[in-house]
Design a protein around this ligand. Structure first.
Ligand code: IFM
Length: 447
């Protein structure tokens, strides 16, 4: 079998997020985020884990950049912690917060690694949650102002910008299902949060455009999965369509087409947020790329319960990761095709893909064969998508190293580098060595 080569300029990368790796959440004048507060509330995370130390990246970033260089990464996707930059979420800027990210960006560039900045990966300043957080329409301007502050400092050096990471997750899981910060269970607030998040995205795009050099590329990152009906029954097909509409289309269509899908409003109309005149145009600011976070698919069955009257069911005999997610590489190909069909003119990036498996260190070595195989199979689907004409420009694996997996705390390991949390030692897993080779040959076996 020969090597499937990727385009010459393909950006092989890895992704992380501020609260998941940095630690020292209150250092140097930072304000508390909603995740700091949430994880310090008993009963919210596995083992009561918090991001207080995490991977201690806030203090070990130099070593981490050196590790990325050794891996051969072409790009690194990380997020900026809003409350480090604006401790109250708005108003006074904390220069020490910006300094941290400036040092990181400069070190990455020095190492030949392109930074991709995510402005929001879920660590909302707690002070803004006190004002209603994403459910308060004022957040559109707060987020725009924050984007502007960051772009003023880093705009001349960062080539790739994304506004929001996975707006479905932080609005629906955070405000409707209550499993993530801020831990609310309120459909009305959640749908308002969704609309405001999309508006805030548009506002940030408009502000960034005026500040970035013309080469600066702006996008947004969605978590997307194909949702297949569990059977041929009309009920299951309709349930799968409701999930596809609310989880994928209700976020993608407003941004790319300036409208909410009609079915979303039909299904949830009773709780639909007020849409003001001009909102949809504001959301649909022209962007340069879409980031796709893909992990698995949904197999959907009709049920009488829940806001979508749908539930996911298992695929017996399939392989599952430690998150309980089915390993389904074909779904990546399918979802890339779908996004491409929605906006054929836009570049795409896989901004996250990876898997949690149980890892053990033996003689200083982590033989994570399942993760390596998971990545291999997904890379092959990405290659197939490119061959079929999808303008996929890069691939960021989730994650560079094990980290704080939100409500699961430190119980799930997604990294290609193992983190020994007691010593903070970074131990390369088998998948990291393999990924180093993939990057070096710009391809994977299998063609
Ligand atoms: O760890 C998360 C990340 O923060 C967002 N996307 C999914 C990952 C795995 O659950």
């Amino acid at each position: 079998m020969s090597v499937c080569h990727f385009p010459e300029s393909f950006l092989w990368g890895a992704a992380t997020a501020s609260y998941q790796i940095e630690g020292s959440p209150l250092a140097d004048g930072a304000g508390p985020s909603i995740w700091h507060r949430f994880s310090h509330t008993p009963g919210t995370t596995a083992n009561g884990d918090t991001g207080d130390v995490a991977c201690d990246h806030y203090r070990r970033w130099r070593e981490d950049v050196a590790m990325m260089r050794e891996l051969g990464l072409k790009a690194y996707r990380f997020s900026i912690s809003w409350p480090r930059v604006l401790p109250e979420g708005k108003g006074a800027v904390n220069p020490a917060g910006l300094d941290f990210y400036e040092r990181l960006v400069d070190a990455l560039l020095e190492a030949g690694i392109q930074p991709m900045v995510t402005l929001y990966h879920w660590d909302l300043p707690g002070a803004l949650q006190d004002l209603g957080g994403w459910a308060n329409r004022e957040i559109v301007n707060w987020f725009g102002d924050y984007a502007q502050v960051v772009a003023h400092r880093l705009g001349d050096r960062v080539p790739l910008w994304t506004t929001l990471n996975e707006p479905w997750v932080f609005t629906i899981i955070g405000y409707v299902l209550g499993e993530h910060a801020p831990g609310m269970k309120d459909l009305w607030a959640g749908l308002k949060a969704m609309h405001h998040a999309l508006l805030a995205h548009g506002e940030a795009v408009a502000r960034l455009r005026t500040l970035l050099p013309s080469a600066g590329q702006i996008g947004i990152v969605f978590n997307l999965s194909p949702n297949h009906p569990a059977s041929d029954s009309e009920e299951d097909k309709a349930a799968a369509e409701r999930v596809q509409t609310m989880n994928n289309a209700a976020f993608v269509e407003p941004v790319l087409k300036g409208r909410y899908p009609a079915l979303a409003e039909r299904v949830l109309g009773y709780a639909w947020p007020p849409v003001h005149s001009g909102d949809m145009e504001r959301i649909a600011q022209p962007i340069d790329f879409v980031g796709v976070n893909y992990y698995s698919r949904g197999i959907i069955k009709h049920t009488e319960y829940g806001y979508l009257r749908a539930r996911g069911v298992a695929n017996e005999g399939a392989q599952y990761t430690e998150m309980g997610w089915e390993v389904y590489p074909d779904g990546l190909y399918e979802i890339l095709q779908w996004v491409h069909s929605q906006a054929p003119h836009l570049s795409l990036y896989v901004t996250e893909n990876g898997a949690a498996f149980r890892d053990e260190v033996h003689d200083g070595w982590v033989a994570d064969t399942q993760r390596r195989e998971y990545l291999h199979q997904h890379f092959l689907r990405a290659h197939r998508a490119i061959q079929s004409g999808v303008p996929l420009k890069g691939y960021f694996i989730w994650s560079l190293m094990d980290n704080f997996e939100w409500a699961h705390g430190y119980t799930k390991r997604f990294g290609i580098v193992y983190v020994d949390y007691a010593t903070q030692e970074r131990i390369w897993k088998d998948s990291a060595l393999w990924y180093q080779q993939v990057i070096a040959q710009n391809g994977v076996e299998g063609c």
